[in-house]
Design a protein around this ligand. Sequence first.
Ligand code: TXA
Ligand code: MG
Length: 344
Amino acid sequence: METEIATTDNEVNTNEAVRSAVGLLQSGDVVALPTETVYGLAADALDPDAVEKVFAAKGRPHFDPLIVHLPHKDNVYEVAEVPKEIHKTVVQLIETFWPGPLTLVLPRKPVIPDIVTGGLATVAVRQSHHPVFHRILRNFGGPVAAPSANLFGQLSPTSAQAVMDQMEGRIPLIVDGGACARGLESTIVRVLPGEKKPVIEVLRPGPITEIELKKFGKVVFAERNEDVENSVPEAPGMLANHYAPQKPLRLLECPEDFVPEDGKTYALLSYRGQPKDGFIDLHDWAEVVVLSPGSGRVAEAGIRLFHMIRQLDQLDVDEIISEPFPDRGVGKAILDKLRKASVK
Ligand code: TXA
Ligand code: MG
């Protein structure tokens, strides 16, 4: 199969791209689409055969459920139950963060096929903020299931070219909506009734942070990350690499942890490129990439994370070494990805 890229650089091209994407969704096919987080691989969420093509293209195991993306906020009631005990909080979260990078896990309605949820009693839902994605969904008129458009376990794509590198020959079309504005997958939460206030449990850290969520309830981070695709498996070696570049990547805790081997070359993924952090001058690096130069902003580092790892992965070096990142805000999501990508 030949994989085409449809551009959206002007109105005429965008109209054509939207038409082609909607046509593919209507005929039960898959299409890679830009979202504000990462590129997604979309199919009609109500058509099990179409969803099966998503699993096939990604090489993703069926136990790992997909996120359902909605054209309108109100569609949440068609695909999910919003239990009375958490209704107020769920509505507040939707009104505050949708469209945007927040995914809610809710009890599912029977209309959602088993293949989407991996047989779970819940469904993960969100509404994307990307204008092209939004238009395609509105024109299609129904929910689409869309995981990140990468091969299972590999780096999430934040550009059309990154999708092409992994999906060429496996899908018919990639809609190029430019670089993803957030660059990291959505924050996934579930809401539980609490004693004094509702509990917002973060299942996967992402662009919507603790500070933003805590206005609506007590925020807790799930101990066992339920982000199955990218989590450390319970059975060691079962799913060896996640968010993984082709080259080994190692997340360091402190400069002293770096012991170079003779004859090996190393590239450094640096948070803010400050000598005082102790990494820049530690070694004669073959390449240094700084994610947020200056005093450092974790949200900015998050936007560029996957894109820059991808670039480092294409260099002729033996290993990618990553500085540690602050364990706060979007830094939590960055650390989550780097830990999972890191060689064990
Ligand atoms: O930003 C995003 O969320 C991107 C864009 C494309 O929307 N999508 C994305 O999908 O990251 P994916 O499939 O790569 O990751 C979704 C994660 C999966 O690891 C899955 O385990 C979890 O969401 N998930 C899906 N349904 C769930 C459910 N019912 N309960 C708990 N976790 C669920
Ligand atoms: Mg993914």
